[in-house]
Ligand binder design. Structure first.
Ligand code: HEC
Ligand code: HEC
Length: 88
């Protein structure tokens, strides 16, 4: 039972959609910036002035002396590319 050309295209399309879906959900597993007393004050800065303005403050605490990074943490120059804000 041979597949018609249209069927093959349809299956490929579904596979592409699934692949994109997995790529997006994979990104979401990186922990978010918590919306607690410590981090909540950065939310308006990031939302109004942009990621770069907010990231200036992260290193005040997130360094080897205070809140060390987990082992094997990826290069950390732009925190907010990977660590998203929590949704309201
Ligand atoms: C005043 C100190 C301080 C600053 C500034 C700060 N953090 Fe944190 N951060 C902490 C502490 C303490 C923890 C661990 C306790 C907690 O989860 O709140 C933490 C935890 C985290 C976590 C892990 C949350 C989890 O799910 O385990 C992420 C991600 C994070 N911070 C990102 C950031 C980013 C991005 C910035 C810059 C916008 C930032 N932090 C600025 C002190 C700080
Ligand atoms: C290239 C992507 C990337 C960048 C940039 C990045 N991180 Fe991470 N970070 C991760 C991944 C992946 C993990 C481990 C998985 C997790 O727990 O989120 C992690 C883990 C953490 C944790 C521990 C989270 C926990 O749940 O225990 C903290 C805190 C953290 N990062 C803070 C920062 C800060 C602050 C910056 C900027 C100076 C930064 N990260 C930049 C990808 C990134």
């Amino acid at each position: 039972m041979a597949l018609k050309k249209g069927d093959t295209l349809f299956i490929v399309l579904i596979l592409v959609v699934l692949a994109v879906f997995f790529a997006i959900s994979g990104e979401e597993t990186t922990s978010h910036v918590p919306k607690d007393e410590i981090h909540a004050r950065f939310y308006p800065i990031i939302q109004n002035e942009g990621k770069k303005a907010g990231e200036k403050f992260c290193g005040e605490c997130h360094n080897e002396k205070q809140v060390p990074f987990p082992e094997g943490h990826p290069p950390k120059f732009r925190c907010l590319f990977c660590h998203k804000l929590d949704r309201d």
